[in-house]
Design a protein around this ligand. Structure first.
Ligand SMILES: [Zn+2]
Length: 262
């Protein structure tokens, strides 16, 4: 009989506590997880603090924080970001103001109806405008004495009309979209499954529950999963699903660790 190490035993115990997740979770002992908190803005730092506490209770000490820079940040709030970064949280750029223009094309209208509402800031913009927006986002971090983040996540994961060649002309190393993470300068993409919980109505609850179930059933086929948290998820309809996901036996990693992936 194989003896279980202390770490293995802990994994099994944690897995056994997660109803409905046990088999996938037990098989996912080596699973790595990219845990991110979206929409870090001046208006919701209280919710971000609560989510960081929830993550810490699940031994996820350093989620990646997706910061929306072009808003009315006070010096005190920027200092709070510095404190979170000093504590080990990776910061990422997340659009500029996290609000889109009025949709000017059909695909944006459909996207906003189905998924993004009024936040897909890149859509209905030219590639030059998107690249300028990304550069403005990067300059904000440098202006406020942060290191330039490695990661950029367009609002609603919608990059818009930007080609791989054009991505060479923006300042971030990695761009996260709905399908995975693109390494801008290596012209390659790592496809990664994504769990989400932003269910503020019954339709979203049903869709996200089915989506998450599908991802969960296939966890054994992947070595890394993305867990994407929005600021009110712990107060919305999939709060329990979020907590179950955070209990998966997994090793949280930073996005910048992906730069070493082959
Ligand atoms: Zn967002």
């Amino acid at each position: 009989m194989n003896a279980l190490s202390q770490a293995d035993a802990t994994v099994v115990i944690r897995a056994s506590r997660v109803n409905g997740w046990t088999e996938a979770a037990a098989n996912a002992a080596q699973l790595r997880a990219l845990v991110s908190i979206h929409d870090v803005m001046p208006s919701n730092l209280q919710q971000i603090t609560e989510l960081l506490e929830i993550c810490a209770r699940h031994n996820i000490r350093h989620p990646t924080l997706l910061v929306v820079p072009g808003l009315d940040w006070s010096d005190q709030q920027i200092e709070q970001l510095h404190q979170w970064q000093r504590a080990g949280c990776e910061l990422a750029g997340h659009g500029w103001v996290h609000r889109c223009r009025h949709p000017t094309n059909l695909s944006h209208r459909v996207h906003s109806l189905v998924l993004s509402r009024d936040v897909a800031e890149h859509l209905s913009r030219s590639s030059a405008e998107v690249l300028e927006l990304m550069s403005r986002c990067a300059r904000w971090f440098e202006k406020h004495d942060f290191e330039l983040p490695k990661l950029y996540v367009p609002p609603a994961w919608a990059l818009g009309k930007v080609s791989a060649n054009e991505l060479l002309r923006q300042p971030f190393s990695m761009i996260e979209t709905i399908s995975g993470v693109t390494f801008a300068h290596q012209r390659r993409q790592l496809r990664l499954p994504l769990l989400g919980f932003e269910a503020d109505n019954q339709l979203r609850r049903v869709c996200l529950t089915s989506w998450n179930r599908l991802i969960r059933c296939n966890l054994r086929k992947t070595s890394c999963v993305r867990i994407s948290i929005h600021p009110n998820d712990h107060r919305l309809l999939l709060a329990d699903d979020l907590c179950r996901s955070l209990q998966l036996p997994m090793q949280p990693i930073r996005y910048d660790a992906l730069l070493g992936f082959k």
